[in-house]
Design a protein around this ligand. Structure first.
Ligand code: ADP
Ligand code: MG
Length: 682
């Protein structure tokens, strides 16, 4: 089957529709087939009309009782009404501007309707429900897919186009990226079947099986790509580093290194003084002290006469790093400068010039350091913080620029070693699995809505004490993210043990509420849909202590260090993975003041979702939590490190992962890894 055929080759798709489809990323029939549903309406789950609650969106099976009647309204509007009934009650259906329905609905005929039920006094109405005719000869689908849409494209259009493509016998020949041998070995559906089932599943088991195949496919391709991306360049060249004493550096640091820090520094120094470029991932919980390890690596490179580049994903993190490294290295006699987009063009040019001429030893900056006009005279080491924020494309640029240079990636996401090997392929891995002594424990509590007033009082207490507070919400704006996920649909990423759909707090909405509640405090919000300059401005104000309460989605920069923040509140904590919650908790407790983390969730006290929150209340070691997360929820969350939960697509390196984040089965991941290895070897 030809999946590269332009979408206009389908009947009924002209220029206008093709343009609309292009906005959804659909340009070929192959794109259409891989325009996956977001959710499903479980229309086979029929509710007697009398037992539907007011406002409930549900499926009903109703027989038409009267001839439709159309009234003309103001403008050119029409309102078509018809009464219908089932065994439980009678109701009124009304449709705007669908006069043609007068000729469609036949008295005595039964239809399946999907829509919002409203009780008005004793009468029941359904306004503009979707409908399907019930026929003897054909069973109605159990699930109806809900697709991401755009203006000019309805779900019905997509479904009809898909039915056309999927029922074409040629689909059997569609190219399957999973070789048959692998499919057979791991019992996976062929692509054609899986596509049919994911677009129109007839029950949960079928949906689950199709989804499983796509999860596997993504993990398998991810692993294949990871093996290639991370393949080490032949070590033709290596910046030769001599082993020297680190004592002059450590003298300036003012604390004793933990054993874990000493161990990873030894690993790094072993790499750097070896005969091929280092490619190492330094993973360590927030606060475990990665910065000083990076400083040690930098010192080694500097002492051998090389330049060092230190990169962070955001301006604010880069600025923070510069504030630490500049005085440290200047004191040791090395010239250090910050290079970010915030500098004027003239300043930038001056820094670049110094860098090119070798007049600068350490450059701290954002990923903008990688642009073409930054040239190093003699680069020996690149340190990049927050590895997961770093795209594969940038990695490639880095590799090009740094021929022979050593590379140290840092990540604050504690992940189980097995996962780290899968996700980062052939990087060597060092873990700082121990915290500096005397580090305070952030007391953690799981509470429900009943504690709201006490929680607000606690917020006030912190602010009155001159402290700052973080509040994390799962969504950006009220309703917006979940417009159709109102509990009536089954989201594509549902898991067997998915938490119930509780109402979600939004960053923008809750910030407004808090500001109203605390008129004397400064409340600000920050979220992923803001421009990065706007985000940086807010973060800078929080950093400077000008904002008391910062409400955000999880975009708040994971590395940001505000020692004065003593309270982290996570709303709808049931929506987050354990590792993610642990990371959020790491935002506080960075100063001397006693700090707290409060997980707010209305999940039932005896539910598995609540048990997960308790893991966090009783556990403070990021690696232990990550292991539990892996065991309980599967590996999916590790592929979703930077995203919101289950919302749309996740970016991981260059690959857009739609399914990997749904993987709740470690075995499936292990199989995908094994299959990828077998494929590479065969
Ligand atoms: P992260 O791993 O999150 O980047 P940092 O390097 O920022 O952690 O370290 C967090 C804090 O702990 C810093 O204030 C740092 O000075 C301090 N620190 C790091 N290592 C030690 C240690 N061995 N003993 C005491 N304090 C330490
Ligand atoms: Mg750090």
């Amino acid at each position: 089957m030809e999946t590269q055929k332009p979408i206009t080759s389908l009947p009924g798709v002209g220029k206008v529709r093709a343009e609309a489809l292009a906005r959804l990323g659909i340009e070929t029939t192959g794109d259409l087939l891989r325009h996956f549903p977001r959710a499903y309406q479980h229309r086979g789950n029929v509710t007697p009309i009398a037992s539907a609650e007011h406002g409930q969106i549900c499926s009903t099976m109703l027989t038409i009782g009267t001839h439709p009647h159309t009234a003309r309204l103001r403008g050119r509007m029409t309102l078509t009404k018809v009464t219908a009934f089932d065994e439980s009650a009678r109701c009124t259906l009304s449709f705007f501007n669908q006069e043609y329905l007068g000729n469609v609905f036949k008295v005595g005929q039964t239809y399946r309707f999907w829509g919002k039920v409203e009780h008005r006094g004793t009468s029941i109405t359904l306004t503009s429900p979707q409908w399907e005719v019930c026929r003897e000869d054909r069973q109605l689908p159990e699930f109806v897919a809900v697709y991401p849409l755009t203006a000019g494209i309805t779900g019905k259009m997509l479904s009809e186009m898909l039915v056309g493509v999927l029922s074409n016998p040629e689909i059997q020949n569609i190219h399957d990226p999973i070789p048959e041998r692998v499919r057979e070995k791991y019992d996976l559906l062929p692509l054609a079947q899986a596509l049919r089932d994911i677009h129109a599943p007839c029950d949960y088991a079928v949906l689950d099986r199709a989804r499983r195949r796509f999860i596997f496919e993504e993990l398998y391709l991810f692993c294949l790509a990871a093996q290639q991306d991370n393949a080490r360049p032949a070590a033709e060249k290596v910046q030769k580093i001599s082993a020297v004493s680190l004592a002059p550096l450590f003298d300036k640091i003012g604390f004793t290194l933990t054993q874990a820090q000493q161990r990873v520094i030894a690993e790094i120094s072993g790499d750097m003084t070896g005969d091929r470029p280092m490619m190492r991932l330094l993973s360590g919980d927030v606060g475990s002290g990665k910065t000083v390890v990076a400083a040690a690596a930098a010192y080694l490179a500097l002492r051998s006469g090389y330049q060092v580049a230190i990169m962070a994903p955001t301006e604010i993190l880069a600025t923070q790093h510069a504030a630490y490294f500049t005085p440290l290295f200047e004191e040791l006699g090395y010239r250090t400068h910050l290079l970010t987009g915030a500098l004027t063009p003239k300043q930038k040019e001056a820094v670049r010039h110094a860098c090119r001429e070798g007049e600068l030893d350490v450059v701290v900056g954002t990923h903008a350091l990688l642009t073409d006009d930054t040239v190093f005279a003699n680069l020996g080491l690149v340190v990049t913080d927050e590895l997961h924020r770093f795209g594969v494309r940038q990695k490639a640029v880095l590799a090009e620029k740094t021929e022979g240079a050593h590379v140290l990636y840092m990540s604050a996401t504690p992940i189980p070693r097995t996962m780290a090997h899968i996700m980062y392929g052939s990087l060597d891995i060092s873990q700082i699995d121990q915290m500096p002594v005397g580090r305070q424990r952030v007391d953690t509590f799981a509470v429900n809505e009943n504690y709201r007033q006490r929680l607000l009082a606690f917020v006030a207490k912190q602010v009155e004490d001159g402290r700052q507070v973080y509040v994390v919400c799962p969504s950006v704006e009220d309703k917006e993210d979940f417009a159709e996920d109102d509990g009536s649909t089954v989201p594509m990423d549902f898991r067997g043990h998915a938490p119930p759909q509780l109402p979600l707090r939004s960053a923008v909405g809750y910030a407004a509420e808090l500001q109203q509640h605390f008129p004397d405090y400064t409340v600000a919000f920050v979220h992923g849909k803001m421009k990065s300059e706007e985000k940086d401005t807010v973060m800078r104000r929080f950093y400077a202590g000008e904002v008391d309460i910062l409400v955000s989605t999880t975009v708040i920069e994971v590395g940001v260090n505000v020692p004065n923040a003593t309270l982290m509140i996570v709303e709808n904590a049931e929506r987050f993975g354990l590792s993610q919650l642990h990371q959020l908790r790491g935002r506080v407790g960075r100063g001397d003041a006693k700090s707290y983390c409060v997980l707010v969730s209305d999940v039932q006290a005896d539910s598995p979702a609540h048990a997960r929150l308790n893991v966090l209340c009783n556990n403070y070691d990021g690696y232990a939590i990550a292991e539990q997360d892996l065991a309980q929820r599967g590996p999916g969350d590790f592929f979703a490190v930077s995203g919101g939960m289950g919302l749309g697509e996740r970016q991981h390196g260059s690959a857009t992962l739609r399914f990997a984040g749904m993987c709740d089965d470690v075995t499936l991941l292990e199989q995908a890894v094994e299959a990828a290895k077998e494929t590479v070897l065969s």
